[in-house]
Design a protein around this ligand. Structure first.
Ligand SMILES: [Zn+2]
Length: 573
């Protein structure tokens, strides 16, 4: 019985392989597989009808022509191998984010995301990866077999299809010309896959080069900073950069679940209601938070240093501790500026080593115990990044069940429980820092916290999870930002605490304001500090909201192709 079934399956597979090995079938099959991203993107992208049609016909004509150049189809398929791999990557991203061509930042993420993080994500999208491998690797295998067996397309088939390919190319060229004629804004670099994907790859290489040259291009930079505060007064400022924590899941921001049991008990905690980030990608947001650059002048970042250097120049002892892996991102260069630095993940070579953010408490206490008169401690956390349940200890799982899950809509309850537990753990971590700072006598102390960006959790009809999509959403943009000041600090600088409280109700860009606010709170004077961006100043000015797009241009936030739900929600803040 089983043997018979096995024979039938083998016979079926053999029959299918025989069909696929027919060169004419393989010809159309590979052509169809290459066109999958074009067909999906023609539906998902904000294009006119003419542009949608052109985005299919023009690339189809190019592939078609290449396929009809030689009878040895195996060579044609291998020639287009890079396009095959790119198409596979594009299909996976479309599955995750629901739209958008492979972005510049997505290429950069490949070199600035650590292997463990990638493993966590890849492990959770195995199904789509399997489909993509079958779709795009199988033709390569069949092409190799075709070459080995010296199989060729029939002469008549090739001649007929070459004629059709030329005709399609003429139509494709005409459509492209019509797109350019219809709109001045149209460009093949942004409107036609895979040209747009290669253009983004080119941009990513250029950005990567700028990153590689950062040490050289910033080496002579100085803030010429000094402190306006008393040299005899002890000051300790702790800056915490959160990860993937979105405001709408914080109880302090009206979330119905108890995710902030500790912080809500902290007297005089200043909670900023309407803070949006100007990027949804770590390697862009964190450098903007720590430097004078924001989306409007982002390229200045490659010739400047971070606030760590400003504090050092003003006489502070500085420390930078990270719970993220070493990458080639700007933040790793900023870390080098600190007097003392440590990456928690360096403590073990084990890929599964997973230190918790609370490990920072001992490190920060150690720095404080050194007793320097002026201290800055920057903590780059792992916060609420996927895999959520790995961001807190098992005994801190308050919302249950919080496992097992995969990042699928069917697991939403468990995903939300795990995500909320990670925020509850951040709540404990931040309140422990405040307790630590509050216990230091005769010192002006302060904690400044902001998350780098938010996260999607299957919130609306788009049904997406994670962040870093080319077009952001409300959920990725609205971030928590908190400032805590010691009583001694408040007494010494009442105007700053009053300004912080007053400005906490206003619209704020974390990317543009965080740097200037920290310098203002700490009394660091430099020409790079602009108090019209500082929420600790009466001079703070609300500005139109903007966003650093995938081509590193600052654009008005609402000019992005966001959903109606996002626009409605953003208008509430
Ligand atoms: Zn991040």
């Amino acid at each position: 019985m089983i043997r018979n079934l096995l024979y039938k399956v083998l016979f079926l597979v053999r029959s299918w392989l025989d069909v696929l090995m027919r060169q004419e079938v393989l010809f159309y099959l590979f052509l169809a597989v290459l066109m999958i991203p074009n067909v999906i993107l023609s539906i998902t992208e904000p294009l006119t009808t003419l542009e949608r049609i052109s985005s299919i016909v023009f690339p189809l004509s190019c592939y078609y022509l290449i396929f009809t150049m030689t009878r040895r189809l195996g060579w044609s398929i291998w020639l287009l191998c890079p396009l095959s791999l790119l198409a596979g990557f594009q299909v996976v991203l479309l599955y995750i984010y629901g739209k958008s061509v492979v972005a510049t930042d997505m290429f950069l993420n490949m070199v600035t995301t650590d292997a463990k993080e990638s493993k966590e994500l890849l492990g959770s999208i195995l199904m789509i990866l399997s489909v993509v491998i079958i779709l795009y690797i199988t033709p390569l295998v069949l092409a190799t077999v075709s070459l080995v067996k010296k199989k060729k397309l029939k002469k008549g088939f090739l001649r007929q299809n070459r004629s059709i390919a030329f005709a399609v190319t003429l139509v494709g060229g005409a459509l492209l010309w019509m797109c350019y004629a219809a709109s001045d804004a149209y460009s093949i670099k942004t409107g036609v896959y895979p040209i747009n994907a290669f253009y983004n790859m080119f941009k990513a290489v250029s950005r990567h080069d700028m990153l590689q040259n950062y040490q050289e291009t910033s080496k002579d930079f100085e803030f010429n900073a000094s402190s306006s505060h008393s040299a005899q007064q002890r000051e300790i400022y702790v800056v915490v950069i959160g990860e993937t924590s979105r405001a709408c899941n914080w109880e302090l921001y009206g979330y119905e679940r108890p995710t902030n049991p500790m912080l809500k008990k902290v007297d005089d905690l200043i909670v900023f209601d309407s803070v949006l980030t100007e990027s949804n990608i770590t390697h862009k947001t964190v450098p903007m938070l720590l430097s004078a650059a924001s989306s409007v002048d982002y390229d200045n970042i490659y010739s400047q240093k971070s606030l760590i250097t400003a504090f050092k120049e003003a006489g502070f002892k500085t420390a930078f501790f990270s719970n993220q892996a070493h990458t080639q991102a700007l933040v790793d260069n900023f870390a080098l500026e600190a007097d003392k630095k440590e990456y928690l993940k360096d403590r073990s070579k084990d890929m599964n080593f997973n230190p918790l953010d609370t490990e920072f408490l001992t490190l920060a206490q150690g720095v404080i115990n050194e007793g320097a008169m002026k201290q800055l401690i920057v903590l780059h956390t792992y916060g609420s990044h996927y895999n959520y349940s790995a961001r807190y200890p098992k005994d801190m799982a308050y919302f249950t069940p919080d496992a097992p899950y995969t990042p699928q809509k069917e697991c939403l309850d468990k995903l939300r429980n795990a995500y909320d537990n990670s925020i509850r753990f951040t709540d404990k971590f931040l309140s422990d820092i405040i307790t630590m700072l509050n216990g230091i006598e005769d010192a002006h102390t302060s904690l400044l916290y902001v998350s780098d960006h938010g996260e999607e959790l299957f919130d609306d009809e788009r049904e997406v999870i994670f962040h870093s999509s080319t077009i952001p959403s409300y959920y990725q943009l609205h971030v928590p930002m908190l400032v805590w000041l010691s009583d001694e600090y408040r007494k010494a600088y009442p105007s700053k605490s009053l300004a912080l409280e007053a400005n906490s109700k206003l619209q704020v860009s974390s990317s543009a304001s965080f740097f200037h606010t920290i310098l203002n709170v700490a009394g660091i004077e430099t020409t790079y500090r602009n108090d019209s961006y500082s929420v600790a100043s009466k001079a703070y000015k609300v500005r139109p909201r903007c966003y650093l797009n995938d081509h590193y241009e600052s654009v008005p936030l609402l000019s992005l192709d966001m959903s109606d739900n996002d626009i409605t929600k953003l208008s509430e803040f």
